[in-house]
Write a protein that binds this ligand. Structure first.
Ligand code: BG6
Length: 491
């Protein structure tokens, strides 16, 4: 096992992401032997905490997970806290000294990860100041990990990118999309490129449409303030869902190297048909959750949530159709949908194959229908694949019946799927940026999304409501039925 010797400077150490995802993930790396003793985490944030307070919080965060508590105290000895004012030069100088002191003590050769997990309006300032005050002038490598949202639209993303590029080069920048760290999202490439039976069919001659659903049961929780400026299109589609579209649609890379994979993704992203503001409603629809019932309890509508305007038109649900104008995909719609307060928490991809040109079984009798072949990739919470084929229904009539060939990761004994963040943090330590978004991806994806946001911002149509606990508004069904398809409801 490679054990990178690294300092992680965590901006936003008192925040929610650090607590829920980052501390447990770093601990899990520690438990699995992927961190040597030569690592430190410097938590930086505004609050006047001490090392002891940070360690107490790290410990609490880990105790709330399923991870073994055995080595928590030893782990916490690697954590240090620095009260930090992002606009004050003094803070950066202190950070520099702290790093030098700790790197000497823990024998770390100046390898530094600056992890931005705080309010995005400071990302640019911090990056610039880190360089200006000489913090990034170390003996080892310096890398910047940057959380979403990467901008709010194309101009703001460009501005942010220009700022961070003043201090870090593109190959030092790791833009996180945590979906790219998920086990089954990474499995998309394996399924496609390691199986002789799929790749020959992976095109418009054999596939009729592809559907990606990422549904959530939770509402906006405490994030009303952020969500009001975002909505589901920016929050989920611009990044997570588009990334899955790219992995499903890109050509096979010539090698599994970062630049090769990225250039295939960028190539297919460039082939996605742009949607103008005028035609947005033909391709994308939106909805907002109304009050309803989830697991037997009443839940309020979006407009009743904390920090949400009473007449908010922010979408909490999006369904859309993307067309890829290249040889492989011309004519095959990629449908995406995502929303909060839906019936289930689930992310799934359904690849629907074309019907046979002639089916002798449907000829036999009027009501004998044949099921299309489907390949279902279960991203979460189940992890696995199902291939739906037709078999013979047992009996004398020669009828057909859909049968499922199923593989589930969670049924392999002793397998504990790593957290997406665990993998991504480790990748960054190793210098592997394959599962991070390149600027060109971010750039092109905002360019695709912006006209749709604009159409919605300018629209004076009422936003369609859907009852909490359902699979979204009616127009979502219509989007597919207009093309002769339907969303596959699969367990
Ligand atoms: C985040 C969004 O990027 O992804 C959240 O900001 C959303 O609104 C979350 O809930 C979903 O992630 P996951 O891993 O739970 O599917």
């Amino acid at each position: 096992i490679v054990q990178p010797k690294t300092s992680i400077i965590l901006f936003g150490a008192t925040g929610d992401l650090a607590k829920r995802k980052l501390y447990p993930s770093i601990y899990s790396l520690f438990l699995s032997g992927k961190l040597s003793d030569n690592f430190v985490v410097i938590g930086a944030a505004r609050r006047p905490w001490s090392d002891a307070e940070l360690r107490e919080n790290v410990k609490k965060a880990i105790e709330e997970t399923h991870l073994s508590n055995e080595r928590i105290d030893e782990f916490c000895q690697h954590f240090f806290y620095l009260p930090f004012d992002v606009t004050n030069t003094e803070s950066y100088l202190k950070l520099k000294h702290k790093l030098e002191e700790l790197e000497a003590k823990f024998e770390i050769p100046g390898n530094r990860i600056y992890y931005m997990a705080m309010a995005p309006q400071f990302f640019g300032t911090i990056a610039i100041q880190l360089k200006k005050e000489g913090v990034t002038q170390s003996e080892g490598w310096n890398r910047l990990v940057i959380e979403k949202p990467f901008g709010h639209d194309l101009p703001s993303a460009q501005k942010l990118n220009n700022e961070i590029r003043e201090a870090f080069s593109e190959d030092q920048i790791y833009r996180i999309d945590h979906y790219l760290g998920k086990e089954m999202v990474q499995n998309i490439e394996v399924i496609r490129f390691a199986n002789a039976i799929f790749e020959p069919l992976w095109n418009n001659r054999h596939i009729s449409n592809i559907q990606i659903t990422s549904s959530e049961v939770l509402g906006v929780e405490d994030r009303g303030g952020y969500y009001e400026t975002s909505g589901a299109l920016r929050d989920m589609v611009q990044n997570h869902l588009l990334q899955m579209v790219l992995l499903l649609s890109m050509d096979p890379p010539i090698r599994l190297a970062t630049n090769e994979v990225r250039s295939e993704k960028i190539k297919v992203l460039r082939a996605i048909r742009p949607i103008s503001t005028d035609e947005a409603s033909d391709y994308f629809i939106r909805g907002q959750y109304a009050a309803g019932e989830i697991s037997g309890s009443e839940v309020p509508g979006y407009r009743q949530e904390k920090n949400v305007k009473e007449d908010s038109t922010t979408e909490t649900f999006v369904a859309g159709k993307l067309l890829i104008d290249n040889h492989r995909w011309a004519g095959v719609p990629f449908y995406v949908r995502t929303g909060k307060r839906m019936a289930v928490k689930s992310t799934k991809i359904v690849v629907q194959f074309k019907d046979l040109p002639l089916n002798v079984y449907t000829q036999k009798s009027e009501d004998m229908t044949i099921h299309p072949n489907l390949l279902v990739i279960h991203i979460q919470p189940d992890e696995g694949i199902t291939l739906i084929l037709n078999g013979k229904k047992v009996g004398l009539l020669g009828e057909t019946i859909p049968v499922d060939l199923e593989f589930k990761n969670n049924s392999i004994d002793g397998v504990n799927t790593p957290e997406a963040y665990e993998r991504l943090i480790y990748d960054c330590m190793l210098g592997d940026a394959t599962n991070f978004a390149h600027w060109d991806e971010v750039n092109l994806s905002w360019a695709l999304i912006d006209p749709i946001s604009k159409a919605w911002a300018e629209s004076n149509e009422e936003i369609e409501q859907y009852v909490s606990g359902t699979m979204g508004p009616k127009s979502s069904e219509q989007l597919l039925s207009n093309d002769g398809f339907k969303w596959w409801a699969l367990k």
